[in-house]
Design a protein around this ligand. Sequence first.
Ligand code: MN
Length: 242
Amino acid sequence: MASQLQTAIEELVIANRIVAAEKVCDAFGHVSIRHPDDPRKFLLSRGRAPELIEAPDIMQFTLEGATAEGNGKPYIERFIHGAIYEARPDVQAVVHSHSYSVVPFSVIGEKLRPIMHVCATIGADIPVWDPEHNFGDTDLLVADMQQGRDLARALGAGTSVLMRGHGSTVAGASLREAVYAAVMLETNANLQLRAQAFGPVTFLTPGEIEKIRARQNRGKPGEGFDRAWQYWLRHAGFPTDE
Ligand code: MN
């Protein structure tokens, strides 16, 4: 029987292929999961485009971003992941991306907000993190723990945080939830851009968002995040597991 770690690595490879197939990540962006046997570590590929990632690419890092296992060249922005796991014991998976429809909402002062019921997972209040506030001019990358912790503070207890002029990061209680939220963040941004071109938009109310999320969190196998995962498995060329 496969160990928990082997299973986690296989699922993480699949998650990387899914975010590539769904156009959330292109050459850039990354997905991680907390180590199943050691909450003080996380699993993340070596620095590589998500579509290309295979099991031997998966490395292990301490929450401070030091390599604990594997010897590839890591992503510069691994601190995004470590700092969020450090701040949020409830988070089991993190997706960072530069998905194109989301980026405008990081620079226009207009909030990205849930507009469609399946997108409620992205959260009612989505902050924008601006590295310029605490770090002055940077190259926009989250390149150390100080910046990672600042980003994690901006995320707070939420699911999604936008990063000014750069992209976004989402955190989930499971890998499937994090991948779902990352796909829906891009979907919602795309819909919101189109709807707003016609004038003021009626967004989901905070009460609606809460009810939808409560239903999703009660989801049984084959429902919600899991149903979406099965669909995205097929899209990314993997057999479904039901
Ligand atoms: Mn980035």
